[in-house]
Design a protein. Structure first.
Ligand code: CTP
Length: 408
């Protein structure tokens, strides 16, 4: 099979549809038809097991293209085929996606046509899982799904209902119309940050007190990671400076790690000059130990322990002093009182163009939760946003930062 490369293709968007071996495989025929009706050109890749449920000829006839099945059957061409399909895709959709392909994708295993092609693609990837409830709820599957989401894979969660195996519960392939719609939403999604370089800082810093203890704070890094992921999906070239957090790095993002506030400052000063937009969601510790004890600090039999802390550099303020013409700098202000007044003060003091203020005492805002309530403050005015997920807040923050950039 020879597939034309993107540059040689017509205006039609290309969806590569991966079909894996589950009883719901026949529903992929309908997804293919729905996408075609919306003007998409669909190429199908099947796993060996999928071919036991639906004959490749069905997909060949419906799609009007040869179906790619197994990597090693035609050794002379398979490498070219899977790479050209991977490049050709505007969206890579796997429906139904079995626990097996989900596990392979999460672990980076590429051992057949579908797993190698999806690994090679740079297009957005969407999966619609379908499996037995026990398999779906298994911690291994759930962990793999979380890993894929963190990397930016779109997941159309399975529906709940009667399954082909006789069980009742979650695991049923979502309605085909819903899957097709979600695929179209991704295909039509904004790519409005293409060509822009964005640096995002996220997570806490840690300042050692002795070889086993440190001073830190409650930042989870979720907000910064959501911004980095959204910016990459919108086409930006993203560098993520991350403190110690337990979230997987988003796909397509350059990850630079830091531990202390001074390390964050050093890395940020190296990266900042070439950036267009800087978003500082990290929570660098304001103080560090004046002296780090070389040995573990021992208890003192009831006597007070006095720690001497000295102030760390202010990363945002230091970067602000080196800001180039046209760069947009965004900071955060997590406050517990007089939110707007404190945030406005930081906007000026740190030479920021926008500050994202939130009252961390409100339920649904702040540390370790998946939602946030923020106000976007610029020199021109304020925009108060309602309670929303950190992913949604990330989109609003990027849209406003982009407006500021375009106004330059
Ligand atoms: N920030 C920074 N360097 C620091 C402390 C904070 O760059 N040493 C940045 C954060 O990344 C954030 C913004 O400054 O974007 C505001 O952080 P916050 O902790 O609210 O500000 P502080 O200046 O530490 O103010 P205060 O602790 O007095 O509220």
């Amino acid at each position: 099979m020879s597939v034309p490369l993107k540059s040689m293709s017509s205006e039609k968007k290309c969806v590569v549809l991966g079909v894996t071996g589950g009883i719901a495989a026949y529903k992929a025929c309908e997804i293919l038809r729905l996408l075609q009706k919306q003007g998409m050109d669909v190429f199908v890749v099947m796993t060996g097991n999928a071919c036991r449920f639906v004959a490749p000829l069905t997909f060949e006839t419906l799609s009007g293209h040869p179906v790619a099945v197994d990597t090693f059957e035609r050794p002379a061409t398979w490498e070219v085929e899977h790479i050209s399909l991977a490049k050709r895709a505007d969206l890579f959709l796997i429906a139904p996606a079995t626990a097996n392909i989900i596990g392979k994708m999460a672990c980076g295993i590429a051992d057949d046509m579908l797993s190698t092609t999806v690994m090679a693609t740079r297009a957005p990837v969407m999966i619609a899982p379908a499996m037995n409830t026990g398999m779906w709820e298994n911690p291994a599957t759930q962990q793999n799904i979380a890993t894929l989401i963190a990397r930016g894979v779109h997941v159309v969660a399975p529906a709940t209902g009667h399954l082909a195996c006789g069980d009742s519960g979650a695991g049923k392939l979502e309605d085909v119309a819903v899957i097709a719609q979600r695929a179209l939403d991704v295909l039509r999604a904004r790519r409005d940050m293409e060509g822009l370089r964005v640096m995002v800082t996220a997570g806490p810093s840690r300042e050692a007190l002795d070889p086993v203890r440190y001073v830190s704070n409650r930042s989870s890094g979720k907000m910064g990671y959501a911004i980095a992921r959204a910016a990459a999906q919108r086409g930006a070239q993203v560098t993520l400076l991350s403190g110690p957090v337990s979230i997987a790095a988003p796909q397509g993002v350059r990850l630079v790690r830091f531990t202390t506030t001074q390390e964050l400052l050093d890395r940020a000063m190296e990266c900042a000059p070439e950036q267009d937009i800087l978003i500082q969601a990290a929570a660098p510790a304001d103080y560090r130990a004046k002296e780090i004890a070389p040995q573990k600090i021992k208890k003192r039999g009831g006597e007070e322990l006095v720690l001497r802390l000295i102030e760390n550099p202010d990363v945002a303020a230091t970067l602000g002093r080196a800001k180039r013409e046209g760069q947009v700098f965004v900071g955060f202000a997590a406050e517990t009182n007089d939110v707007t007044a404190h945030a406005r003060d930081k906007l000026v003091r740190k030479s920021l163009d926008m500050i994202v203020a939130n009252d961390v005492t409100k339920p649904g805002a702040g540390f370790d939760v998946d939602t946030n309530i923020v106000t976007l403050i610029t020199r021109e005015g304020e925009r108060e946003l309602p309670l929303m997920t950190k992913e949604e807040a990330a989109e609003h923050i990027l849209t406003r930062a982009l407006e500021l950039r375009l106004a330059r």
